[in-house]
Design a protein around this ligand. Sequence first.
Ligand code: WTA
Length: 632
Amino acid sequence: MVPQISTLGGYIFEYQKSVTNPTGFWAHVADSFFWRKKWDCVLDWDFEKARVQWYSGAKLNITENIFERHLFYRGNQKALIWEPNDPAEPVRELTYQELFDEVKRFSNALLRAGVKKGDRVGIYLPMVPELVIAMLACARIGAVHSIVFAGFSAQSLSDRMLDAGATILITADGGFRGSKTTPLKAIADEAMEGCNCVKKAVILRRTGEDIQMKAGRDIWWDEFVAGASTDHQAEVMDAEDPLFILYTSGSTGKPKGLVHTTAGYMVYTAYTFRNVFQYGDGDVYFCSADIGWITGHSYLVYGPLLNGATTLMFEGVPTWPDAGRYWEIVDKHKVNQFYTAPTAIRSLMALGMEWLDGKHLTSLKVLGTVGEPINEEAWHWYHDHIGKNRCPIVDTWWQTETGGMMISPLAGITPTKPSYATMPLMGIQPVIVDPEGKELTGNSVEGNLCIKYPWPGIARTIWGDHERFVQTYFSTYKKLYFTGDGVKRDEDGYYRILGRVDDVINVSGHRMGTAEIENAINEHPLVSESAVVAYPHDIKGQGIYAYVVCTDFSTGGEEGIRQSVLMAVSKLIGPFARPDKIQIVSGLPKTRSGKIMRRILRKIAEGETGNFGDTTTLLDPEIVEEIIKGRL
Ligand code: WTA
């Protein structure tokens, strides 16, 4: 088992060790894993070139560290508990042995279909156990999984498959989420039209809806695995072989395929899972994130399973059949650690206390949050009414790029403060810089958050575009990894994340680039340009405000344009990226050099009427007045 810290003194001591002797520290943590061959060099790095290698020369397979390493003790222990969307449907539970057999069977089926080490496998599935089976089977044979959240549109799926060069796509007929079903196969069909790299598709039957099967390309999951054996030797991987690609949004351009590699990611997710949640043997852990996002990858699947934990996955949504669903699940499965997003907490809080009636919540020991800043009111509600004042809250700050948690309390060990992610985890060396890149030392400072030393979970590159990786993360400030977040370090040295300082917005914990949404809106034939900004939203954290300039209103007037803009965004990105407010304007505030002054648009969306800072460079000041008048 990975070393576990159990006191505040222990944290302080280990943290010191981890920064004064990082390689010694991470070699010691890595000793608790199963290696086919140990590393030649713990760490080799150069932030200027964005090159980081951990445990190079080592050989391993991450699934041997999930299965073979635990089987002797935990073969009959539950690995995965699956709670279906509809509470009337039976729960599915897989022991480590059962999950292992399914993973081996699917591994053999993939090999039989010609999938080889290094090939990319697209996965577009709802939250069902087969999603975990498919991803672990990829890892077992050394194929690189690229999971796309099942809320993304055909266009987004197609773009991702093309960029990754996926040769096979694993999907389902449809998916259930609350009272709705999503026609995943129909969406995947449309996506596959646009990406000729995908030659095969495996279809899981979930909703039973009518779908088209394309001869020669599509095969049902059951037929795909039929006759496949449960004997399978894991492929031996190099420490730095890619484990997966996961796409995420940045301030500019198309989404980036971040690449995580095998050994460092394994060590880091396993270590942080155990220590942050203080997971103990026999506990039941429930992460409500979708596996389509990094939280699901690292802390629903890899982190827990690497620790031999029992991890619970939920197919549905927190408000169906009613807003007591999470709490019902907690009681039904006696959940000990619960990890969710502030948005979920805020929306359940807004729906009232009656949904807690009759819920005991006595099994809970630790509560976690991730994905966006948590406001104090939501923190207290979570602490008082869900944790009943006895469960520590771990507010965990991290990113798709970081692979695992970076700044977070250790449950029950680090004293917490509402809305603070508190202290850096082992090996994490945060620095705060001003816009010129000067490091702000000492306490009571605020600025941009960077990290000055590598940790094992850091992403290694952007798939197919290392230069973009260098530019995005390692060029703003010399020799520093730039997170894109603003942060405050208070008088006690505690960190509070203030939110993004770039053009990335965070809506209900879903990360999006404003440029991506603008590109989708601009596809509309009657739109000449648009600008998208975020504004504070009580439930979602941030809402999406779109300013749209149209060439013509002849079809359907302003309302018609709004409706078709919403449709375009759903179609090109996914329904979750639909703007909350669309203001039709006759122009956008621009500088003389033609740059849109987003700062002004942001302030208007936030409700300000003046105080826009320097506006002397504005080309057309009247447009600001017009936009303020028409504000929604
Ligand atoms: C934000 C999610 C405040 C932050 C794991 C970051 C947070 C972005 C927190 C990454 C937190 C994540 N407090 N903000 N505890 N956790 N964020 O890549 O802006 O989907 O940069 O990873 O979410 O989002 P991503």
